[in-house]
Design a protein around this ligand. Structure first.
Ligand SMILES: [Fe+2]
Ligand SMILES: [Fe+2]
Length: 286
């Protein structure tokens, strides 16, 4: 597939931050996620990683983040928002699309009671001063022609219970519903491409909502974090069962999918699974 400007434009999707790296030497991994979506002269960044690898990996892969006009955030966890500071400081102001709950307090509460703050590590005022122009909404919306953000995803399945270690308080009394979790949806010539942050709303909930809101049934690819590595065995089993009915051509899972769930998806969907590590690139006709 040729990536070219003009009428028959293609998308080029490049993973800039992930837990693991591919064969390209000199790239770095971190627990986090970021993907660059380019189409003609337009560039949109979905998530920013934790902040230690975004600029380094973009430079190594010859991707110019100065030309990014818009940033979309999947949710307020630090491993998706930490790169905002180096991005704004080094590559100029950006319009930032996110859910209004993006600045909520967030904690990971471990079984031993230890709690770790995992929310966005910056103050909103500070980011605004650096040129971050926040555009907040919880609704499904088209942020560029053919490119959608789901907004809040309705939780309809019974088996997608999510990660019970995520809380709104450091005592671990209030489970975090992560209403701000959302997915980027690209309409392409081959069906939808879903770029997931952590997919805390549940992979099947997200797929069904994207289908409902776009009116497009075919899912060509899912790319990014599924959080299946942090969810229970029943959720993984039922997700695999539901995915079998979806006929997805590319299941490109990474980040919080983890080794065990990735291995399961690799085994269950032969020929369709590939790890979505740093350097993964997908080119597809728009
Ligand atoms: Fe994450
Ligand atoms: Fe997350």
């Amino acid at each position: 597939m040729i990536y070219r400007k003009g009428k028959n434009m293609s998308y080029r999707i490049t993973i800039l931050c992930d837990n693991s790296v591919g064969a390209l030497s000199g790239t770095l991994g971190e627990h986090g996620f970021s993907a660059l979506v380019e189409r003609g002269d337009d560039a949109l960044l979905f998530d920013t990683g934790q902040g230690d690898t975004l600029l380094h990996n973009a430079l190594r892969m010859n991707r110019d983040l100065h030309k990014v006009g818009k940033v979309a955030l999947s949710h307020g966890h630090h491993d998706h928002t930490g790169g905002l500071l180096p991005l704004l400081r080094n590559c100029g102001g950006k319009e930032i699309f996110a859910h209004p709950g993006i600045f909520s307090r967030r904690y990971r509460v471990k079984d031993n009671g230890e709690s770790i703050p995992i929310g966005i590590p910056y103050d909103e005022t500070y980011l605004r001063a650096l040129g971050g122009r926040f555009n907040l909404s919880g609704e499904f919306r088209e942020i560029m022609p053919g490119i959608f953000l789901t907004g809040e995803v309705p939780r309809r399945t019974t088996f997608e219970e999510g990660d019970t270690g995520l809380c709104c308080d450091d005592a671990g009394c209030a489970p975090d519903p992560l209403h701000d979790d959302q997915t980027l949806v690209l309409r392409t010539a081959h069906g939808l491409v879903l770029i997931l942050g952590c997919c805390h709303a549940g992979l099947i909930n997200t797929i069904e909502y994207a289908r409902q809101m776009t009116g497009v049934d075919e899912i060509y690819a899912i790319i990014g974090g599924t959080h299946l590595g942090f969810c229970g065995a029943i959720q993984l089993d039922e997700t695999v069962r539901a995915l079998r009915t979806c006929a997805i051509k590319k299941i490109s899972a990474g980040h919080c999918t983890g080794f065990a769930a990735s291995a399961r998806l690799f085994k269950e969907f032969p020929g369709h699974f590939q790890p979505a590590h740093v350097g993964y690139t997908l080119e597809i006709k728009a």
